[in-house]
Structures are given as structure tokens and as C-alpha cells.
Design a protein around this ligand. Sequence first.
Ligand code: FAD
Length: 522
Amino acid sequence: MLWSGWGDPAKATELPEPVRKLLADFLGVQGPAAPAATFGEVRLPAAALPPAVLAALAAITGAGYVRTDDDARIRHTRGRSTPDLLRMRAGDGSDAPDAVVLPGSHDEVAAVLRVCAEHRVAVVPFGGGTSVVGGLVASREGFAGVAALDLSRLNRLVSVDVESMVAEMEPGLRAPQAEELLASHGLTLGHFPQSYEYATLGGFAAARSSGQASAGYGRFDDMVVGMTVATPRGTLETGRAPKSAAGPDLRQVILGSEGAFGVITSLRLRVRRAPERRVYEGWRFATFAEGLAAVRRLAQDGPAPTVLRLSDETETLVGLAQPGELGSSATGSGCLVVAGYEGGPDDVSYRGERAAAVLAATGGVHLGPEPGEKWAHGRFDAPYLRDSLLAAGATVETLETACFWSAVPRLYEAVRQALTAALGSPLVMCHVSHVYGTGASLYFTVVTAQTDDPVGQWAAAKRAASEAILRAGGTITHHHGVGRDHREAFGAEIGELGAEILRAVKERLDPAGVLNPGVMIP
Ligand SMILES: Cc1cc2nc3c(=O)[nH]c(=O)nc-3n(C[C@H](O)[C@H](O)[C@H](O)COP(=O)(O)OP(=O)(O)OC[C@H]3O[C@@H](n4cnc5c(N)ncnc54)[C@H](O)[C@@H]3O)c2cc1C
């Protein structure tokens, strides 16, 4: 993973000249305010952990798995939101952890937590490092230092119960590794977020992730049937049956807890048979309102496609659903729907034909497989494009929410207006990224010219959009999580009593308050 950008450096994309011209002509993009810092120019605070603490940690994991070198510290600094990348590009390593600890087992995680609680060292569980909400920046106040707890060594497929379709897997597995291991059993999780290449199973559970094929496979939290969690107070086991009436579901306390209640060291996950056939296709609707009515009908009455995504007029025009087509005239007008079907051949045909009848009856024009295939081909490419846009002097960032269907039009307009008012004349694009019987998730992508203070520029826009979301009845996040960035809005969403419940749980599981302080809990 690039230290100040996304992914595999070999996959970096150059912006096509027409796109550069569009950025300059329509958004006034004139290049970045300053050249990006090199790795060696990143300013790091002195590593603060006392030698005795480092020695106690090394006694648990082995000395090679407690790192304090610049490389490890820089690579565990913050996550991958646009402000995170802008800060790294500016050489700001001020949030770097003092040490990176790599435990190799549940028992080692538990022992590390005990040492950190005893010495008041803040612990940041670190999966793939792809948080976009500040979930990897612990508050330092009152602590002896900060340790990133890198879970990448917990990377085993522990067991597969094919009869129950449940796999036990470790949290440090990155999604492609997990899929590869399951594929050897003819199975899949079906979880494909845009961060697929780098994000981990533990991070998916801890931040309640949702993938691009959620219409068919469900959200990640739907897949979790059980977890083992190391806390400073001991081990918590959750989930012993597919469903239970044994009191409140403690899995729900851990899902979305973002490392503030404990460290997930093992997951029991519902798996599916790997699909034999995959078909993706495109449909065009004249307006966003018509497209919304169509995808709502599919979500409510079925049959459910595996992938269902509706771009608004602007996103369709720009071609963001097919990054390879960006800026080309091939993308067209109206609103693009991508519908995908995965499964056995008969099931794919049956659902495809029935869904096509619904989409045609609701005003859709069938575009054939090409737009769907292009979407599938470029589905993990947008983060690479973001790096090129940042380097060119554009600020590009995304935000997401969910609401009931009846509130969607109001919320859509409110967020667009808030972003436009805050940023002048940005490009605001939106798509419906996840659908349910009762509502949908809206995912906004914003592009604007960078000012001299791009971090402050985005913070103001994000604040305005967050207020608009809450006023319009949406949730502050459908799948990115709370982190530090959404903490205040999350507090407004759940109210003081809700926040008190979370604080009480934290106090019981983590009395010294060392687990990801400052993250998630309002
Ligand atoms: C380009 C890009 C695209 C993205 N697309 C999507 C998308 O399509 N859908 C989506 O849902 N999200 C998306 N995200 C957000 C992000 O990938 C998800 O939040 C993901 O779940 C984070 O996984 P991770 O392994 O990287 O976790 P990290 O970023 O390492 O951690 C996330 C949070 O969980 C905590 N944590 C991590 N592992 C554990 C553990 N084992 N136990 C306890 N706490 C833990 C961390 O402390 C942190 O607070 C995207 C991010 C980027 C940068």
C-alpha cells in the first residue's frame, strides 16, 4: 500500500488530458498548492514509549514484532480518507503511533492489552488501515503513548463447516486472501467493498462495512454469526447459534465498536457457494426519480439482483460508474443502473429475466451487458483515480448515508445544496449504493478545486453535509463508520442516553480507557 495514497503503485492511473482540461475549465483546478512530500520528508514526533513498556511488549510477541522504525510508524499513521492523504502529502506525520505491535494469536493480543492497560498506553487496532472516518487516530491526552496493534499475522482460515455454511476466519485476513482461501472450498463471502484489495475481515466487522454486492449477499454485519473478542477484562465469546432469543444480541455490541470495546480475534462468518455465473448489465432511466422508483420496486417486490446501483444524472454524465470511461462522450445522459446477478446458471437467468421485466415496466431502457461489464472491470479503480486528482490539485472525497425511501429525494437535494453552498461550484455526484425494502444508502462523490487549505476546505463542507443529513432524517453513516470524524454527529443521532450506554459498556470492558480513545463513542 502506498504510504500517502492508495494501493499498488504499479496501478497508478494518469489523468487523461481531456479530464485535466475539464478540471481546469469547469472547476478552476490549477494544480496543488505545494508539491507532495517525499517519504523522507514526513515529520514524525519522537517515539514516546518507555523502554520498559517496549520490553514488556516484546516479551509477549517477540522483539521482531514490536517496531518503532519510521517505516512502520508512517505506514500505520491514520487511514485513507482524503484529509488523511492530504496530511501525508503535506509531510504531516503528527498522528503516528509510537510503536507498531504485531501479535500472532488471541492470547498475545490479550496479553498486549493487559500490558497497555497497566502502563496506560493507548491501543489502536489496525486492520487494513483503510478507515475513512479517522478510526485509526487515538487521542494521546493522558496516555504514555500510542501503540498500533497490527492484526495482519492473524490471517488463518481456521475451519469450515460446509454443512452449516459457516467459516471461522481470523481478523487480519485481507478480503482477497479470505476469498482465495474460501475459493479452495468452492465458497465465497460475497463481500466486495471498493476497498476490497486492502481491507480486512476484522475491519469489516468493527466498522460495519457494506460491499458492492450487498443486495445479494447482505452487509458484512449480516454475515457475522459469532466473534471472539479480547478485552482488557478478558475474553468475550458472542454468537453460538444462527438466531437466539437469549436476551439482547451481544454481537451487535461488538459490530461497529471500532476497536473501542475490544479486539476481534476470530470471526464465524456465514459463507455462500461460489457463483458459477456472473452477469452484469446496464439500464438507462430518464431521471433519477424514475430510477429511484425502479430500484425501490426491485428492493421491495423482488427479485433482488446481487448488485444494484443507480447513478444520478451528473454521475452518469461524468461516467464515474465506469472509471475507464471517465470524461469520454460514451457515458451518455439520463441515469445509469447497473444490475448484476451471481449464482447458479438457472437462478441467474430466472432472476435476470424477472428483474428485467420490472426494470422495463418502470421505464428503463436496456443497454445490454457493456456498461455492467465496464463497471465490474473498473469496480476497484476509483481510489487510484483519487490519487491522480489530488496530485492534479483537485479535492475529491466521498460521503455516504442512508434513510427511508420516503426521505430519499429530500435528503439528496439537501446534501447537494449544502455541499454546493460550502464549496462554491463543486461537482457533486451521487449514486444509490445499497437498497433495502425500507430505504437506501446514498453515496456522494465531490470534486472541487483545492484551496491553500484543502483540509479545512473539506472539513467545512463535510460539516455542512453532515448537518443536512441529520436534518433530512438520514443516518450519519451507512457503512463507513463513526471514527473521530462522525463522533459529534453520531452523538446527535443517538442522544445523551444512547451515548451514556456506550460509555458504560466501554467502562466495563476497558476500565483504563486505553482502547482507541477518542474514536466512536460520543
Ligand atoms: C478507497 C476506499 C474505498 C472504500 N470503500 C468502502 C466500501 O465500499 N464499503 C465500505 O463499507 N467501506 C469502504 N471503505 C471504508 C473501509 O474500507 C471500511 O471501513 C473497512 O471496513 C475498514 O477495514 P480495515 O481492515 O481497513 O480496517 P481499519 O481501517 O484498519 O480499521 C477500521 C476501524 O476498525 C478498528 N479495527 C480494525 N480491526 C479490528 C479488530 N480486529 N478488532 C477491533 N477493531 C478493529 C480500527 O481500530 C478502526 O477503528 C473504503 C475506504 C477506502 C479508503
